[in-house]
Design a protein around this ligand. Structure first.
Ligand code: COS
Length: 386
């Protein structure tokens, strides 16, 4: 089985850090509507900014299960910090690690590992969300520079981050081989971080637009080969979906813990709410769905570590955990009644935050598409064997 005692110890350490260090800052971040930069060195000391980065580049080199638990436990107290970590590790570090040259890893990942820096991933555009192949941003090679033009939206970490991995169309054949990826430093001429997005939830995370206006990117900052960008971000998102599943688990668990505490300490008709079947059964359903979703998320983490194909499992994990997270937030609101509507009780924040898990890194419809295509492929393989 996938479980090991070392993960319990790890969880306890991260939970202690989350509750004592992250949670007090989280309250302020959500009120202020911006990420608190004082968290960066604290997260870095714990290895949380570089969970997927090997030690040889100065990273923490956690395995995927530890990474999953890390995102889960931080999200349990603060969804905004959870998404900041998930985006930096899965979407910022991973593509350079997986597809970059040794020189790019030395130049970009080593300082991030040693200093502790956030990295952003620029994929989504105003007209290219689910249809990620519909990217409109263009890249044209002129001399020793790629010239990029276009805009990206809803990008996590660009204002507080050091640099961005961004996609652009390097050809116009109209297929998946038109798109390439680039490492873009914030100081490159023609590149700017634009307006901050005004979001329903995760208001403490940094989300903004990116603009490329004849932006000049050195030729050597192409990531991998020309035309490989689509496949690169598909592979990147396969892994990223485990972390969004972990985030949803953490938010759902946070909602459960707050609701259970409330039900134990508030009374109606002279007895604690938790003694009423109406409330106790809600808690039972929440705990059961969390346990089932946790199984899916952890299984996909183990499969990734074992280098087994895991794309179908990570899509299932994200789909299921994000729906469970929303279910738990809604049930917690139901248990707490009007108090749940009150920001002081924190469940309304979880309810707003968790919705992103059903949208970001592929909507639930996209997960169903990925799963159904994989199932059809599996059936074809079976038929061909007979
Ligand atoms: N791993 C490796 N390669 C993959 C892949 C994966 N998981 N998924 C697709 N590919 C490859 C295919 O093999 C195909 O390659 P060839 O052309 O060489 O045969 C190519 O990519 C195109 O694949 P496909 O035809 O399946 O692409 P579609 O246009 O049908 O799009 C979906 C597939 C819809 C699944 C994709 O666009 C998607 O995931 N969209 C959601 C994007 C998203 O999550 N956005 C949110 C970002 S938040 S950072």
């Amino acid at each position: 089985m996938w479980w090991d005692k070392k993960y319990e110890t790890f969880r306890a350490e991260i939970r202690e850090f989350a509750e004592h260090t992250v949670a007090p800052i989280a309250v302020r971040m959500v009120e202020d509507g911006k990420f608190d930069l004082s968290l960066i060195p604290l997260l870095h000391q714990r290895g949380l900014l570089t969970m997927v980065l090997p030690k040889k580049y100065g990273g923490a080199e956690f395995d995927t299960m530890q990474y999953t638990i890390g995102v889960e436990e931080i999200s349990r107290v603060c969804g905004s910090t959870g998404i900041t970590l998930a985006a930096c590790n899965s979407l910022g570090i991973f593509p350079i690690l997986a597809f970059g040259t040794e020189a790019q890893k030395e130049k970009y990942l080593r300082p991030a590992g040693e200093r502790g820096a956030l990295i952003a991933f620029g994929l989504t555009e105003p007209g290219a969300g689910s249809d990620a192949g519909g990217t409109k941003t263009t890249a044209v090679l002129k001399g020793d520079k790629w010239i990029l033009n276009g805009s990206k939206c809803f990008i996590t970490n660009p204002t507080i981050g050091d640099f961005v991995v961004a996609t652009a169309r390097t050809d116009n054949k109209g297929d998946a081989h038109d798109i390439s990826s680039f490492i873009v430093e914030k100081s490159f001429p023609g590149f700017s971080v634009g307006k901050k997005e005004n979001k329903l939830g995760l208001r403490g995370s940094d989300t903004a637009m990116l603009h490329f206006e004849d932006a000049e990117i050195p030729k050597e900052n192409l990531l991998g080969k020309i035309g490989e960008g689509f496949k690169q971000f598909m592979i990147t998102l396969d892994g990223g979906r485990i972390s969004i599943g972990a985030m949803a688990l953490g938010l759902g668990q946070g909602a459960f813990d707050l609701a259970a505490e409330y039900a134990d300490t508030h009374s109606a008709g002279g007895k604690p709410l938790a003694y009423s079947e109406g409330i106790a059964f809600k808690l039972a359903s929440m705990a059961t769905r969390l346990e089932a979703s946790r199984h899916l998320v952890y299984t996909s983490a183990v499969m990734k570590d074992r280098k087994e194909p895991f794309a179908k499992q990570s899509a299932m994990a994200k789909l299921d955990a994000s729906e469970t997270g929303r279910f738990c937030a809604e049930e917690a609101l139901g248990i707490m009644g009007l108090d749940g509507f009150d920001a002081r009780y924190k469940v309304e924040c979880i309810w707003r935050d968790v919705k992103l898990c059903e949208i970001g890194e592929g909507t639930s419809e996209i997960q169903r598409l990925v799963i159904s295509r994989a199932l059809a492929r599996d059936r074809l393989v079976q038929r061909n064997k007979q």
